[in-house]
Write a protein that binds this ligand. Sequence first.
Ligand code: IFM
Length: 437
Amino acid sequence: MQLSRGDFPKDFLFGVATSAYQIEGHQFGGAGPTHWDSFAATPGNVVRAEHGARACDHYHRWAEDLDLVAGLGADVYRFSTSWARILPEGRGQPNAAGLDFYDRLVDGMLARGIKPAATLYHWELPQALADRGGWRNACMPDWFADYTHLIMSRIGDRLWSAAPINEPWCVSWLSHFDGVHAPGMRDIRATARAMHHVLLSHGRAIAVMRDLGMQNLGAVCNVEWAEPASTTPEDQAAARRYDAIYNRFFLDGLFHGTYPPEVLAGLEPHLPKGWQDDFTTIRAPLDWLGLNYYTRKLIRHADTAWPSYAEAPTRLPLTQMGWEIYPDGLRDFLIRTARTHTGDLPLFVTENGMANCDTLAQPDTARIAYLADHLTAVRQAIAAGAPVAGYFAWSLMDNYEWSLGYEKRFGLVHVDFDRLARTPKASYHALARWWRG
Ligand code: IFM
């Protein structure tokens, strides 16, 4: 399928996204230890115990990588700053080399005509803060606000946009309830506190950035379309609980100043005292909302403790992650979110893409089809009235896929992790044709 810029509204923006720990090479440049380093060093947590010490060595190869972004014809580059690179202990003494690195990176984008879109936290919590309870600790919003002030005083004047926290569900639920990401906890109380503190930290960071005079501030939530596996009332209620935990908890907090009753049924006893008083901060007005969308889940009732749901098998094709390919979910999410939460606020698809068993010998035609189908879903959402203003492909290049290590390849650019050579895939060339056309 051929797509082009002309298929989208006049000012629609196209971009690619990455994150610090997944590409930079955390051992370089004086960054401090993070909870991902300890998580990965613990046997059984990460495939082959792989970690982000070298990753794609973007720390040294950033100029070549920004040339690749420019070569795509991208308007915007969504990157993240690493808290532990800027403040190796999480607080206190900054790492001058870390601040300098992000200065160079932002200037490098501007020099190539690329708009810099920063995210302040994409998961590499400084270990010193993890030692103090991490996202469970009620001091996190203060610490996050201090970190925000430090880095944004340095680069905030040149950013096109900024968002505090990538994917609050992953930071809290996936990491403290499912135990799949660092810190690998499975504890309902830790989960409730992390979920609330993540949103409160978001609100504090927005306030800090507004005080610095920054504009175009947003939030980035990952969303998953949930459908009941059958028409039974039990399965329907299970799908609603899944949707409430995964999607609506964060959107309701940010835009309605409430939490869904389905979530409070399980988490309310574990939320920090006085949580109801924090919504003025959490609901700080935003300039846009970003949705990261990859897949849908079919959900059935399970006879377990709350939240009493389980995933049901699907018959649709899967990506290398085992995720169902379901572009309609992106269309429906964009339409639903505008209707239920954001109204006229601009929406961005801040991540979308697929992992594929890519080799240099084969063109990644499956990824080209995935991207075309999801961009078509975006067009359908726009036609239905959703104010979608941009789309970011995940990811610029193959990188560290967290607990799944380096074998899940999401990149438009192939990375040979021995030689660190970058080779644009067929999907890179297809996007470049569409975005330049
Ligand atoms: O690689 C991740 C990214 O860090 C956050 N969003 C989902 C991607 C694919 O799993």
